[in-house]
Design a protein around this ligand. Structure first.
Ligand SMILES: Cc1cc2nc3c(=O)[nH]c(=O)nc-3n(C[C@H](O)[C@H](O)[C@H](O)COP(=O)(O)OP(=O)(O)OC[C@H]3O[C@@H](n4cnc5c(N)ncnc54)[C@H](O)[C@@H]3O)c2cc1C
Length: 440
């Protein structure tokens, strides 16, 4: 994003857990701050050095330690790139339980430290469930070996959960044991244009009912985002005339065991939607080939990059009740209009897309000519207040990093923050582990 500028003057690239431990012991002794860094794809400034802390990059720790094709349990170094792990297990007909647009660069250790959600959460659940064990170097250099490969282990406090989403503030994840599901035998997708946002929820209900267990994604794209995608070469996926003035779009993916059966269900669904007395959709398409399947996904996954091409994006990744998705986007646009900050001279686009199935909205606000303090002042804390008023979360999946420390209180009570501080104090009394992140 070009939003954060690191201050580090040293980057260390250890190859083994023991080397990480030696580095941390050295730093603890001299009270040198450490910023763990994975693929550096995080969107909240968590992996940058704010005050000349050293950067500890995990990129050289990239070996698969073991994979059991029967149980699907993968044990790997934290620096393995998500896509490489997917490629590694693909010949065994397994897939990673998470998938995100940054998969070619982000690392599994970074995914765990941000509790990344992504495109498969609806189907396979969060990393709090799929991660079976972790190896972590604690802030005094001790190696905490909890690299369990057990599905069940109810022996007291489950410490690994604290590092999932810990954003490197409690220790450095060096090894990961994760449960990978069998690859579905058949994946298909459809792309639908909806006349009104109000149709999204009834559609979600129908799709869930008709597709049942084979539905694996239900993604939302508003009209502004779709048009932006078209401008930058994504699609076209649908006939422009049939799309008309549709307000939003939905991508539905299925993953099942029998292609014929899944296609039958999808065709039936499309027919039902198009022929209903009061159709919820204007038009829709079912992918007919792997390249069409990929083109539909490219529209959704390519939006983050398109935002970059439009200008400088302010990115807000929030959880709000499904019914409020577009209301939040509209409220922000109206706010910028009322402040005289909407248009090519300031904020050129306000758009929403995201994981409807998980209640997670990616709100993107494009500053055509770059970040400016008065733009940020108009956006924050306004957006956080809107989200809090709807009992949402100011960070659905990207974390708090350095961007949202001041906004943590919108989603966490004083008591929660106090206990988070106590946990931090127990693990990292010297405050050397990613200082200035997460806690205000
Ligand atoms: C195009 C694009 C699409 C994206 N889509 C999604 C999405 O759908 N869902 C989603 O959740 N995120 C998404 N993201 C955000 C980002 O990719 C995730 O947060 C990802 O999990 C970060 O992984 P990373 O290896 O790049 O970590 P980094 O950015 O390097 O670090 C992120 C945080 O984790 C800490 N950290 C990294 N590695 C370790 C470690 N080994 N031990 C301890 N702490 C560590 C860092 O200190 C930092 O606080 C997207 C980003 C982009 C650019």
């Amino acid at each position: 994003m070009g939003k954060y500028h690191g201050q580090a003057n040293s980057v260390l690239r250890p190859r083994t857990t023991e080397q990480v431990s030696e580095i941390v012991k050295y730093c603890a002794h001299r009270r040198i701050g450490i910023v763990p860094q994975g693929g550096n794809t995080g969107l909240v400034g968590g992996s940058i050095s704010l005050q000349k802390e050293i950067v500890l990059s995990l990129g050289a720790m990239n070996n698969v330690r073991s994979f059991d094709p029967v149980s699907g349990i993968l044990v790997a170094d934290a620096g393995c790139i998500l896509q490489s792990l997917s490629d590694y297990i693909a010949p065994h007909n397994h897939i990673m339980p998470l998938d995100l647009g940054a998969k070619g660069s982000c690392q599994i250790g970074g995914n765990i430290s941000t509790n990344a959600g992504g495109l498969r959460l609806l189907r396979y659940g969060s990393l709090h469930g799929t991660v079976l064990g972790l190896e972590v170097v604690l802030p005094d250099g001790t190696i905490l070996d909890q690299l369990s490969t057990l599905r069940k282990d109810n022996t007291g406090y489950d410490l690994k959960q604290l590092f999932i989403g810990g954003e490197g503030t409690l220790g450095i994840v060096t090894g990961v044991s994760i449960l990978t599901p069998p690859a579905p035998q058949a994946t298909n997708n459809i792309f639908l244009a909806l006349p009104r946002f109000d149709n999204v929820l009834p559609l979600f209900q129908i799709v869930k009912r008709q597709l049942g267990e084979i539905m694996s994604a239900f993604e939302y794209i508003d009209r502004t985002a779709y048009d932006m995608g078209l401008t930058h070469g994504l699609g076209p996926l649908l006939d422009a005339e049939e799309v008309g003035d549709s307000e939003c779009f939905i991508l539905v993916e299925t993953s099942g065991g029998n292609n014929e059966h899944d296609l039958e269900k999808l065709n039936h669904l499309l027919e039902h939607l198009l022929t209903a007395d009061q159709p919820l959709i204007n038009t829709g398409t079912l992918s007919q080939s792997p390249s069409q399947f990929n083109a539909i996904w490219a529209m959704r996954e390519g939006l983050t990059e398109c935002c970059q091409k439009e200008g400088k994006p302010y990115k807000y990744d929030v959880s709000v009740p499904l019914a409020d998705f577009q209301k939040v986007v509209d409220a922000v646009r109206e706010r910028m209009i009322s402040k005289g900050l909407y248009g090519d001279h300031a904020i050129s686009k306000v758009m929403g897309y995201g994981h409807v199935g998980d209640g997670n909205l990616h709100l993107n606000v494009i500053a055509k000519h770059g970040y400016r303090p008065e733009l940020e002042a108009a956006l924050e804390p306004f957006i956080y207040e809107v989200v809090a008023s709807r009992k949402g979360s100011v960070s659905a999946e990207h974390g708090i990093g350095s961007m949202k420390t001041h906004a943590l209180h919108y989603s966490k009570s004083d008591v929660s923050i106090e206990w988070m501080r106590k946990v931090k104090q127990v693990f990292d009394p010297l405050n050397i582990m990613n200082p200035g992140k997460v806690l205000p």
